[in-house]
Design a protein around this ligand. Structure first.
Ligand code: NDP
Ligand SMILES: O=C(O)C1=N[C@H](C(=O)O)C[C@H](O)C1
Length: 246
């Protein structure tokens, strides 16, 4: 049995994770912590799952690393600077592995994988992410990570920047720029989590779209992370693609 603690346990994702852990024969939910609760009860866990808020996740993660707990993090908001900070904590206190999953949906991981593969073959690429209006951050962590992967693949292949003649822009009309990739964020009631990667070439458009229809869809990826994090080869891993053999 792997002893699991959940941070953000009363939130939309955290509550789903608690249900999934309680329903798994090889996992035991030993702590369910939310805003205002003491972190100390997490000390009974081997693996902590964090689905909280980009504004608090770094404090949570530092606490986990300092207490030697492995962490599976779904909370968004990780840029290269934050990843370096986590590496610094791990260097100071080795022993805990951290797995940060920008998206735990299997289809979403495949969307990012295929976008990275396709990116060098097209002149233009832009990303549209669409989410429920309760989401705190924009762009989404998934879109940010997709843009990073797409940008790196194009740079490695020597693909020039996407053409764009815009010289006169109302602020925000072209979205935000993540490493040279334009990302557009929609917030709309009725949505859960969706993303399109639009790739444009000579006389053809290739669109890769993923839709999360409910939050249960993230659970196979989260549980895979919980089961794998203790044995990961690196102390900090971003994305679950390696766990899927991608
Ligand atoms: N990687 C992935 O696959 C996915 C990632 N996410 C990400 O997960 C995060 C959470 O999303 P979601 O569940 O929708 O958000 P919610 O707002 O529904 O849940 C977050 C929960 O964390 C609580 N919380 C806030 N601060 C703390 C703290 N310091 N300690 C413990 N708990 C705290 C909140 O309490 P209160 O409401 O009182 O502030 C709330 O109950 C977001 O960053 C989202 O982008 C979401 C879906 C999938
Ligand atoms: O807030 C959400 O809902 C989601 N957040 C993650 C993100 O920022 O990419 C993952 C998924 O898109 C759902």
């Amino acid at each position: 049995m792997i002893k699991v603690g959940v941070l953000g346990a009363r939130g939309r994702m955290g509550a789903e994770v608690c249900r999934a852990v309680e329903g798994a024969d090889d996992l035991e939910l030993v702590a369910a912590v939310d805003q205002g609760d003491e972190l100390e009860s997490l000390g009974a866990a081997e693996v902590v799952v964090d689905f909280t808020h980009p504004g608090v996740v770094m404090d949570n993660l530092r606490w986990c690393v300092e207490h030697g707990l492995h962490a599976v993090v779904g909370t968004s908001g990780f840029d290269p600077g934050r990843l370096d900070t986590v590496r610094g904590w791990q260097a100071a206190k080795p022993g805990s592995n951290v797995l940060i999953g920008p998206n735990f949906g299997i289809g979403a991981v495949l969307m990012m994988h295929f976008a990275r593969k396709a990116a060098p073959f097209f002149e233009s690429v832009e990303i549209v992410e669409l989410h429920h209006p309760n989401k705190a951050d924009a762009p989404s962590g998934t879109a940010y990570r997709t843009a990073e992967l797409v940008s790196a693949a194009r740079a490695e292949a020597g693909t020039p920047p996407s053409p764009d003649a815009t010289t006169d822009e109302l602020h925000g009309a072209r979205g935000t720029d993540v490493e040279g990739v334009h990302v557009h964020s929609i917030r709309l009631s009725g949505l859960i989590a969706h993303q399109e990667v639009l790739l444009g070439g000579h006389g053809e458009i290739f669109t890769i779209r993923h839709d999360s229809m409910n939050r249960e869809s993230f659970m196979p990826g989260v549980l895979l992370g919980v089961r794998s994090v203790r044995e990961l080869p690196a102390s900090l891993t971003v994305g679950i693609e390696s766990l899927l053999g991608l």
